[in-house]
Design a protein around this ligand. Structure first.
Ligand SMILES: NC(=O)c1ccc[n+]([C@@H]2O[C@H](COP(=O)([O-])OP(=O)(O)OC[C@H]3O[C@@H](n4cnc5c(N)ncnc54)[C@H](OP(=O)(O)O)[C@@H]3O)[C@@H](O)[C@H]2O)c1
Length: 291
């Protein structure tokens, strides 16, 4: 993957003629992914909840890559109707790649119209729905769906009584439970056109979840200690280009936090737990299809 990272960094046209859709493009990692992809020749479809921010990013991307073909889809991942409309639009666009990059950690909580907690919706239900709807298109085109996972998946173990952790307050547990569902439900699809990658830890809005005073103190050291988003997002780009097996994720090679990407088999979810996650994911998906 070191050679591949070199090609990515040098702007080799690895995505020439390919349509790449990315959620959460306005975030710290999403923005960097877009600049790399535009430089590598991809056409981009930005899926964001805030159209003005999305268009501001689009303007910056066009300055850097004037020939870039760019489209926008506005969708809040808390809103299942918007997510369904986004899936229809992406199928109509006949995309090659889908990057499930949007995510939320410590945000005000509420139940969505689906009945699920909003953190569970953003980090699991909506991306899983998009994956299931788009997999036939992406497979036909020989592309890939890459979901952005997290080390935090290891903080939580699923709960039979509280699927979405709506009774929990600790953000790390709620977010970890959702990422765990996303990662292991996608592994269960066991499809070469699906990959899970992660950035380790990198300072973005999502890492600004500490109390204000603590964050003010750790903000600058964090920037020095951890990789910048520009380097951290290389794992996700490698996830688009490298084959990986079910149960294997791509992320920074040193303690999952530093260095260039490498593949690693995960042994963080026992098979019986993964089976429950898989069953839940499919049952949620069929419920959503039936509505
Ligand atoms: N940074 C890290 O250390 C780290 C570690 C592990 C995994 N990750 C994962 O990396 C991915 C990117 O995160 P980031 O670090 O770039 O964080 P970020 O800067 O906070 O970006 C998150 C993105 O998700 C979007 N988003 C949040 N809620 C949404 C919703 N309801 N509907 C649609 N979009 C929504 C945000 O949109 P707005 O711009 O409108 O807010 C933003 O574009 C996430 O999946 C995150 O879980 C990050």
């Amino acid at each position: 993957m070191t050679r591949l990272c070199k090609d990515i960094r040098s702007g080799k046209k690895l995505f020439m003629g390919k349509k790449v859709a990315i959620s959460g493009s306005t975030g710290g990692i999403g923005r960097e992914l877009c600049f790399y992809l535009a430089a590598m020749g991809a056409s981009l479809i930005l899926i964001d909840r805030n159209k003005a921010r999305s268009e501001a990013l689009g303007a910056d991307l066009l300055k850097a890559s004037p020939k870039l073909s760019l489209k926008y889809i506005t969708a809040d991942l808390e809103d299942i109707n918007a997510v369904k409309a986004a899936a229809d639009a992406l199928i109509a666009e006949d995309i090659d790649y889908l990057l499930l990059n949007a995510g939320a950690y410590s945000i005000p909580r509420h139940k969505c119209s689906t009945g699920y907690d909003n953190v569970f919706m953003i980090n699991f239900v909506s991306p899983y729905y998009l994956s299931r709807r788009l997999l036939p298109t992406v497979s036909k085109n020989g592309g890939r769906i890459v979901a952005v996972g997290s080390i935090a998946h290891n903080y939580s173990h699923i709960d039979g009584e509280d699927i979405d952790f709506s009774t929990r307050n600790k953000a790390s547990l709620v977010y970890g439970n959702a990422k765990r569902h996303l990662m292991f439900s996608l592994f269960a699809l066991d499809d070469p056109h699906i990959a899970v990658a992660h950035p380790g830890i990198t300072q973005t809005n999502i890492t600004a979840h500490y109390p204000k005073l603590i964050y003010a103190i750790i903000k600058y050291p964090m920037r020095v200690i951890f990789m910048r988003p520009r380097k951290a997002c290389l794992s996700i780009l490698c996830g688009m280009l490298c084959e990986s097996e079910s149960g294997e994720w791509i992320g920074p090679r040193v303690f999952d936090v530093w260095g260039l990407p490498s593949k690693k088999i995960l042994s963080t979810c026992p098979p019986d737990e993964a089976a429950v996650i898989t069953k839940r994911a499919e049952s949620i998906y069929s419920e959503l299809l039936g509505e």
